[in-house]
Design a protein. Sequence first.
Length: 62
Amino acid sequence: MKKSELRKLVSKYKTLTLKLKKRNLSHNPTILEKLEEIKHRYFHETGNDIEFDLKSNAEDTA
């Protein structure tokens, strides 16, 4: 998987998590399934957890 494809996965993950937070859709199964699929693909490609990578990147830039 190319870097650009990984960036797209991360951006999709961020937008879906924002949708969940803003609209309080924590019970929406379709969004939750999409998030799980993105987490799985990211882990399969990189060997890292997407949530951990996003948190560590945020701490590095702060």
